[in-house]
Design a protein around this ligand. Structure first.
Ligand code: C2E
Ligand code: CA
Ligand code: CA
Ligand code: CA
Length: 278
């Protein structure tokens, strides 16, 4: 071991080769999945802390692989981002989410805001036009749609990013800042972003109420949001203690396993109706 002999090198490069083969296998599988109905969306409800009603949902992509079963997004989104395939994936997700929202609207369900995750690579000057066209095609009011973007999206070329954000919000589509507090964006930029909602990352929610640092971070994010007139939502809420702390701290909305896992469309629809007593 560590001798640098030929055998060792050969072993190592075979290992790398396997990694690359695995990547290529996943990539071509995902390409195939996009065209063959193997992708689907699940919907995780978002609740108003004040009223307890479902006021929105986050669309989360699922890959139903014929042999491997349900492949979680953590296993293919990073690869899709690295290869650029995330752009086509994002197009599929936006399309599917708008189709679903329109179906719910037609069925007379209580209006909600459906959030779609957007990767940094999708956040180009082509995005606002694509969002507008998709909404138009489905005859969907922009108030049904929200885009969740992560802090890392905001790190490169701030002025260009703000220009794109402005064009999106001008359509009436809202933006929320996902995984807030985990990136490196400067607080001084925060006031320049036309965002509607800050989303407290699960890594902070998890430590509430026992970890003093996580509590301090969560309540600080809530007060920043309040002062900047943004709404604030906490993700990954799993316990009643976390809920109580967030409620006392003035958090507006919550999402997490305490209330519901991400659900297939039909189950989400049932939960939405029940939540509004219909
Ligand atoms: P995210 O945007 O931070 O989404 C939240 C993740 O936390 C989801 O995992 C959700 O199922 C999970 N979660 C929700 N509540 C709880 C909870 O109470 N406890 C715990 N332990 N987990 C909870 P999921 O669905 O596996 O998605 C993982 C990530 O994949 C997402 O993180 C997002 O970054 C990415 N992703 C998912 N769908 C899409 C998509 O359509 N487009 C893009 N670009 N990324 C997506
Ligand atoms: Ca998200
Ligand atoms: Ca998140
Ligand atoms: Ca997160």
């Amino acid at each position: 071991q560590g001798t640098g002999d030929g055998e060792h090198v050969a072993f190592y490069s075979q290992d790398m080769n396997q990694g690359m083969q695995e990547r290529m296998r996943v990539e071509s599988g995902l390409r195939h999945a996009l065209g063959n109905g193997q992708l689907m969306l699940h919907y995780q409800p978002k609740f108003s802390i004040q009223t307890g009603h479902i006021i929105g949902a986050e669309a989360l992509v699922r890959w139903h692989h014929p042999e491997r079963g349900m492949v979680p997004p953590a296993e293919f989104i990073p690869l899709a981002e690295a290869t650029g395939l995330v752009v086509q994936l994002g197009e599929w997700v936006l399309e599917a989410a708008c189709a679903q929202a329109q179906a719910w609207k037609e069925a007379g369900l209580p209006p909600i805001r459906l959030a779609v995750n957007v990767s940094a690579r999708e956040f180009t000057s082509a995005l606002p036009g694509r969002v507008r066209d998709t909404l138009q095609r489905y005859g969907l009011e922009p108030s049904w749609l929200e885009l969740e973007i992560t802090e890392s999206t905001l790190m490169h070329n701030i002025d260009r990013v703000i220009g794109i954000m402005d064009r999106i919000t001008a359509l009436g589509v809202t933006l929320s800042l996902d995984d807030f507090g985990t990136g490196y964006s400067s607080l001084s930029y925060l006031k320049r972003f036309p965002i509607d909602t800050l989303k407290i990352d699960r890594s902070f929610t998890t430590g509430i109420p026992t970890d003093a640092n996580d509590c301090a971070i969560a309540s600080t994010i809530i007060s920043i949001a309040q002062q900047l007139k943004h709404k604030v939502i906490a993700e990954g809420v799993e316990t009643v203690e976390q809920l109580a702390f967030l409620k006392d701290s003035g958090c507006d909305e919550v999402q997490g396993y305490l209330f519901s896992k991400p659900l297939p469309a039909a189950e989400f629809e049932k939960a939405l109706k029940e939540s509004w007593g219909r």
